[in-house]
Write a protein that binds this ligand. Structure first.
Ligand code: ADP
Ligand code: MG
Length: 265
């Protein structure tokens, strides 16, 4: 008995033409076309448009759907702790931030040039918000992004630190994205192994990809994170060399309502 050939792409003939077309398009993974072809075909009949217009409109729907899919997939992969946008940032609350400079960064030219952005400032002034919002803009423009708080990065490294192969994978997963955001580069006493890994990471990304770093410390405090002073200063020098530094000096947005009450709003 020979094997029966099964054609998984066979469309059922019993259904109506519209259903058959819908089924066929979905089998081909053209879901955007599947949901819009009937409406567009009706419009085409009504408006007397050409088959070329019809096909072009259908393609547009498919491409838009695919682009939406990519964006939501990449946002998920980036692992942002929350979704924040530039539109939802109140620049009038934080006058030390130059809105034009932030919008210039949102063009993502700094990513093309493999440059970095560093946000410094006390807690609650919007460093994480702006880092995520710029990360979202990068995804819209087609750059892959990965977001990590420094303590999570260190934890994840420590989980793979005794396995050289997994360590390499972890390193390459952080070197690969065009934009790496490391949030909360604050004070940590790291082991020599961990600071060695961080050193490799920054070296690996140097001139190849961009980073957005946030910290409520100054560059000097990063010595502790990177272990030895000499190694740290090499990294810090390199980071500064290709960086836009944004110092935010203002009130915490988290305490906004408290402040308002205090001054009698
Ligand atoms: P930081 O990282 O500097 O500690 P965050 O970015 O986490 O501060 O901000 C704390 C909270 O306040 C977040 O929910 C953030 O979205 C919000 N926030 C901060 N600054 C602003 C602002 N200027 N406009 C709107 N929301 C803000
Ligand atoms: Mg923060």
């Amino acid at each position: 008995m020979g094997k029966q050939k099964v054609n998984i792409y066979k469309i059922s003939k019993s259904s109506k033409q519209v259903e058959r077309i819908d089924e066929g398009l979905k089998l081909l993974g053209l879901d955007g076309m599947g949901t819009s072809f009937d409406k567009l075909a009706q419009l085409m009949i009504k408006d007397n448009t050409t088959p070329y217009d019809f096909l072009e409109s259908l393609l547009e729907k498919e491409l838009l759907g695919k682009e939406d899919g990519r964006i939501s997939r990449w946002i998920k992969q980036a692992k942002f702790p929350a979704i924040k946008t530039l539109e939802s940032f109140d620049f009038s609350f934080q006058p030390t931030i130059d809105k034009r400079q932030i919008y210039e960064l949102s063009s993502c030219r700094f990513i093309d040039k493999a440059e970095n952005v560093v946000f410094f400032g006390p807690p609650g002034v919007g460093k994480t918000h702006l880092a995520i919002a710029l990360g979202m803009e990068a995804i819209y423009k087609g750059y892959e992004v990965r977001f990590l708080e420094l303590d999570k990065l260190i934890d994840a490294f420590e989980r793979v630190s005794d396995d050289a192969q997994r360590q390499r994978w972890f390193l390459s997963s952080l070197v690969r994205p065009k934009l790496l955001i490391i949030d909360e580069m604050d004070l940590y006493e790291t082991t020599a192994e961990t600071s060695g890994f961080l050193f490799k990471l920054l070296k690996g990304r140097y001139e190849k990809g961009s980073m957005i770093l946030t910290s409520n410390r100054t560059f000097e405090a990063w010595d502790k994170i990177f272990g030895s002073k000499s190694k740290a200063s090499v990294i810090v020098d390199r980071s500064i060399h290709y960086s836009t530094i944004i110092n935010i000096d203002g009130d915490s947005y988290r305490l906004k309502d408290k402040l308002k009450k205090q001054i009698g709003f």
